[in-house]
Design a protein around this ligand. Structure first.
Ligand code: KG4
Ligand code: ZN
Length: 347
């Protein structure tokens, strides 16, 4: 029996997170603890994440976050096998804070250090939560990313396509801002959309005329602004119902585009992998219930298995980083003190 226990650290955007994950042989891994300190109240007044404020907050909170994750997991540092840390992509000040923290712990304890790609963390989460095997098709949808990947191993991904401009989470956040709703915009827009009429405003369905797996979301924001101003102008503002209808129309457009492109990506994926028809969805936007249930329907139609991690493991967290580190460690890779923080790092 081989038991691996890994500490994970995440600080690439606006969540300071630490977690401990354990796996016994090849059984389903266990999240022993997962602590997330959000920063949204620090950034809310600015209408977006301010990199300098984020970096400072990470630097201030990382040590107690790690302490809490260790305490909650009932593990001591000397009982761990390795330290995994997000080494990119992300806001560089935050990523550096996390990498420095991990290097400090590694230097003090002698534990191996493993740099993890944040996107790989999201992409491997369905293996942590559902134990699905490689290969599988993954749709990564977050505030900064939107792409279809074939996952074959912890360091082996093929990109089928992705957004050519905004990520869907960014579109949700901008929509919220344009309608005076709080950040993060995704949950706020979803809540409004629940009592809106998705047919009242006709939003475009960008890129559906193209046969590839690429997407575009920036046009939705422009359409939203135009429709909002048209409705608001004669009466000098929006009613609650106008706002809900705009949210519902916007969300329906995102759902339709993701459904159509997922059908395409799955068809391409199945050409090479007919024996493992699996779609996993991960990233913050995977928390959206309308998107989840539509993707599930698409999979049922295509005879594919659908899996989405529980909400708290869809948004940024360190359990996914610990788990991705665990997979890399098992595969024999680790990094040294020369591990660098990378603002850009495509999978
Ligand atoms: O993965 P994540 O925590 O951070 C990164 O971007 O890496 O994703 C955050 C994004 C935000 O844009 C947020 O608005 C969006 O996920 N989000 C949602 C929902 N919950 C979070 N978008 C749509 N519907 C939701 N329920
Ligand atoms: Zn993320």
């Amino acid at each position: 029996t081989r038991t691996l226990t890994i500490l994970g650290i995440e600080s690439s955007c606006d969540d300071t997170a630490a977690a401990v994950v354990r796996q016994v042989d090849s059984t389903l891994p266990e999240v022993l603890s997962s602590i997330v300190f959000g920063q949204s109240e620090l950034h809310n007044a600015y209408g977006g994440v301010v990199p300098e404020i984020a970096a400072r907050a990470h630097a201030e909170k990382l040590d107690i976050c790690v302490r809490q994750a260790l305490d909650a997991s009932r593990q001591k540092l000397n009982e761990l096998d390795a330290i995994a840390v997000t080494a990119g992509p992300g806001l560089i000040g935050g990523v550096m804070s996390g990498v420095m923290c991990a290097k400090g712990i590694s230097a003090a304890t002698g534990l191996p250090l493993i740099g993890v790609n944040h996107l790989a963390g999201h992409a491997l989460t369905p293996r942590l939560t559902d134990g699905i095997s490689y290969p599988y098709l993954i749709l990564l949808v977050s505030g900064g990313h939107c792409q279809y990947l074939i996952a074959r191993g912890p360091d082996d991904f093929t990109r089928l396509g992705g957004t050519i401009d905004d990520a869907p989470g960014e579109a949700f956040d901008k929509t919220a801002r344009l309608l005076g709703l709080p950040q993060p915009g995704g949950p706020a827009v979803q809540a409004e959309a629940a009592f809106g009429d998705p047919k009242r405003f006709r939003f475009p369905r960008p890129m559906l005329d193209r046969p590839d797996c690429n997407l575009s979301f920036s046009g939705l924001k422009t359409a939203l602004m135009r429709m909002r101003d048209q409705v608001a102008a004669p009466k000098g503002g929006l009613t609650r119902q106008d706002r809900a209808d705009l949210c519902a129309g916007f969300q329906a457009a995102v759902v339709d585009v993701l459904a159509a492109k997922t059908r395409r990506a799955m068809s391409l994926y199945l050409l090479e992998n007919p024996a493992t028809p699996t779609l996993a969805v991960a990233g913050g936007v995977a928390a959206n219930t309308a998107i989840r249930s539509k993707l599930e329907t698409v999979c049922t139609e295509m005879g594919a298995f659908f899996t989405a991690p529980p909400l708290e493991l869809c948004t940024d967290n360190a359990a996914m980083i610990a788990y991705a580190g665990l997979e890399r460690f098992k595969a024999g890779s680790s990094d040294g003190m020369d591990l660098t923080a990378r603002p850009r790092w495509p999978l």
